[in-house]
Design a protein around this ligand. Structure first.
Ligand code: ADP
Ligand code: MG
Length: 382
């Protein structure tokens, strides 16, 4: 949603003028390519039409003062004495300032108001949206050139090292570099990317199961270690470097569990490239079938799904207009994603909401998403 109308009056109240700069950065959903990022593989996310927005103006000194409408709280810090103030939303701003300054950028101070509509902790990466919005704010007042890959890397560094969350590069890359109406086909090793258009008759729907699980971190670390062991076995840097034929020729030498884990990653990389072809051809049926296979692989080989996700995916597939569905994100709860015929979207959503509630007793959140533009500045007058 366009949140300019929310920000502008608050900015005017506080600063007595309309905001000279407004920036926004979107959240994202990953259409396919799960657990491939840390294997140097391929992913196909898209930015969604939910974002973090900041209205701001430059300050003459090196202070940053931001009021968050979502948290009803203000924060102030100096760019000369950056230190953590504990936990909370403002650490993302400090972390981005720290990462940019560490990389040698000369930053100016600013003051402003921020608000967002990316649901927090739902797997749509409100954290990357917050980081990229902050980076855009600093870039605007400090006259920095916007180089999407550099900015994404620095925002990832902020999240890894300042906030202390061990995330990959996908979320920041898509929030920084996405194009409206397109998915982002990203090579997580080289960080080269291509914008692949989404056919107008397809809708991407995020289905939040309303379940979360605490064991995600340990399971994630275990999967990463298993992938590294197998890459080592094949004598390569990452599983990205093992193709299907090389894998199959030696699969019997691996123990069954390690074998299944690797099979997911290797086959998932292939599915991403197949999904890109299907999208380019406007072949929704094939794209949907690829999503279905991805889910089975995540459920049976990588074993990161859960009952709620499996129920959500099964219901979605049988719902009106659905071409395919799978879990998305790290797993064990959170969201599924479905590709649905645009004309059937309301019917699809109400069917899934009703059936999922009947079968689980839970109320799902359903987000019908448009593929949005990556982080950018907007003039308040535009
Ligand atoms: P997600 O899966 O949504 O990325 P994270 O736990 O990684 O969840 O990041 C969520 C955090 O990002 C929030 O707790 C908050 O600190 C910050 N954040 C998200 N949205 C906003 C917002 N609109 N305004 C300020 N901070 C935000
Ligand atoms: Mg996050």
């Amino acid at each position: 949603m366009d949140l300019r109308a929310t920000l502008t009056p608050v900015f005017e109240d506080r600063f007595g003028t309309i905001p000279p700069i407004i920036v926004r950065a979107p959240g994202r959903v990953n259409i396919i390519g799960e657990h491939t990022d840390y294997n140097d593989g391929f992913v196909l996310p898209m930015a969604i039409d939910r974002a973090v927005w900041i209205a701001l103006r430059r300050r003459r000194d090196r202070q940053v003062t931001v009021h968050s409408l979502d948290y009803s709280e203000s924060t102030t810090f100096s760019l000369d004495r950056l230190r953590s103030a504990g936990k909370g939303w403002s650490e993302y701003l400090r972390g981005v300032a720290w990462a940019l300054q560490t990389a040698g950028y000369a930053l100016a101070g600013w003051e402003g108001v921020m608000v967002g509509d990316v649901p927090v902790g739902s797997g749509l990466s409100s954290s990357a949206a917050t980081e990229l919005a902050a980076a855009r704010a600093f870039a605007s007042v400090s006259d920095l050139e916007w180089e999407a890959v550099t900015m994404a890397r620095l925002c990832q560094k902020a999240e890894n090292e300042w906030v202390g969350v061990n995330c990959g590069i996908m979320d920041q890359m898509v929030s920084a570099a996405a194009r409206a109406g397109h998915t982002l086909f990203l090579d997580c090793r080289s960080l080269t990317f291509e914008h692949i258009p989404i056919p107008a008759d397809l809708s991407v729907v995020v289905l939040d199961t309303a379940t979360r699980r605490g064991l995600v971190d340990s399971a994630y670390n275990e999967r990463r270690a298993q992938c590294e062991t197998t890459a080592h076995f094949f004598g390569v840097h990452a599983l990205r470097d093992v193709d299907k034929h090389t894998f199959e020729a030696r699969a019997s030498e691996l123990d069954p569990l390690t074998c299944r884990r690797a099979r997911h990653v290797i086959s998932e990389n292939d599915r991403v490239t197949q999904a890109v072809v299907a999208l380019r051809d406007g072949d929704a049926a094939t794209l949907g079938a690829i999503l279905d296979t991805s889910h089975a692989s995540l459920r049976d080989d990588f074993e990161v799904s859960c009952q709620a996700l499996n129920i959500m995916v099964d219901i979605s597939r049988l719902a009106p207009g659905c071409f395919g569905a799978r879990m998305t994100g790290a797993g064990f709860g959170g969201c599924a994603v479905a590709i649905v015929h645009a004309e059937k979207i309301q019917e699809f959503a109400s069917h899934v909401a009703r059936k999922y509630a009947q079968q689980t007793g839970l109320t799902p959140n359903i987000y019908i998403c448009q593929a949005a533009e990556g982080a950018g500045p907007l003039l308040s007058s535009s």
